[in-house]
Design a protein around this ligand. Structure first.
Ligand SMILES: [Zn+2]
Length: 334
């Protein structure tokens, strides 16, 4: 299994606890999205189930358990499931055309019953819940019952990028494995190994706030382009070349609306904080109105609007209002 430097740190910490007999029955893997938390959870699960782990801490890949350990691949039917492994995630709705939005209490109750069975391969039993923050309050309560009755060789791995949404009663019963952003050098090394180099890699890493997994995904999906478009739009609104309403509608019609609003907020604050911006060749620089306290209020409002995007509100009006404010800040600042 190929783990990055920062993933390896988490994996090694867990395995060290395990070697000392201190590994918790419940592990909480948390940290920013796109850092490969799930991958580490899978590596830990496979290792805990493996009957002859390697000296470097990883599963052997050859024993019966490892052979049964199904690859986590979307769209590929798993023909032979591992009897001592459960993966809990969002299930399809009754019509089967969409995923549910929450992990249901039934799923968690079934998990509790499954944990009371004897492991079929005679080793451990491991369950993985991802994204754990999508349990509703009844599911979380049901899980609490399971957590309150730990049994030896039974492990529960919770994966989340929003640990704050889990009840404190659950968090406090888990051993925490917290993913942290790696150093800039480590991130750039990782990106280079992925074939992503040069000033673009540096720009992607900075846009992703130092999150290398995010930077890599954004480079592949052309998201940096999107950020450039947000700069152009804001400049056009700021100089009066484009109207706020038109821009708001265009942004919200886009599938990446949330990301556009996030970039708008971040770019404004970044621009206001640094008097000197180094433009990338061929890329635009955001012109920011001078008043830092207005900008920081605007940043907060933009983020609030972003968080409300899924709610049935007139977000177009709110966003158009914010963009009008952006334009006004230039006029009053003059
Ligand atoms: Zn094995």
């Amino acid at each position: 299994m190929n783990l990055t430097v920062w993933q390896r740190r988490i994996f090694d910490a867990a395995m060290q606890s395990h070697a000392q007999g201190r590994l918790g029955h419940a592990l909480l893997l948390s940290g920013p999205a796109s850092m490969g938390k799930r991958q580490v959870a899978e590596a830990i699960a496979q290792r805990l189930l493996c009957s002859s782990p390697r000296s470097d801490g990883f599963a052997c890949g050859a024993c019966r358990s490892c052979q049964l350990f199904p690859a986590q691949q979307v769209g590929l039917a798993v023909t032979q499931a591992h009897p001592d492994l459960q993966r809990i995630g969002l299930e399809p709705n009754e019509k089967g055309d969409k995923l549910r939005t929450e992990i249901s209490v039934d799923q968690v109750r079934r998990l509790g019953q499954w944990f009371s069975l004897t492991p079929q391969l005679g080793g451990a039993q491991v369950a993985l819940i991802d994204p754990a923050d999508l349990m509703n309050s009844s599911s979380a309560n049901a899980l609490l019952k399971t957590l309150e009755e730990p049994a030896s060789n039974r492990f529960l791995l919770l994966v989340t990028s929003r640990p704050g949404r889990l009840p404190a009663t659950i968090r406090s019963r888990c051993q925490k494995l917290e993913f942290r952003l790696p150093s800039n050098d480590e991130s750039l090394e990782f990106l280079a190994a992925e074939g992503l180099r040069g000033p673009e890699a540096l720009a992607a890493l900075s846009a992703a706030r130092g999150n290398p997994g995010q930077a890599a995904a954004w480079m592949r999906d052309g998201i940096l382009q999107l950020r450039g478009e947000v700069i152009d739009s804001l400049n056009a609104v700021g100089s009066g070349r484009t109207g706020p309403v038109e821009t708001a509608q265009r942004w919200l019609a886009d599938e990446n609306a949330e990301l556009r609003l996030r970039f708008a907020a971040e770019l404004a604050v970044e621009g206001a904080a640094s008097a000197f911006q180094r433009p990338l060749a061929g890329r635009s620089v955001l012109t920011v109105p001078g008043d830092f306290s207005s900008i920081s209020k605007w940043f907060d409002s933009m983020n609030r609007t972003r968080e409300q995007l899924k709610a049935p509100l007139r977000n177009d009006l709110v966003l158009a209002g914010l963009l009008r404010e952006w334009r006004t800040m230039f006029e009053t600042g003059r």
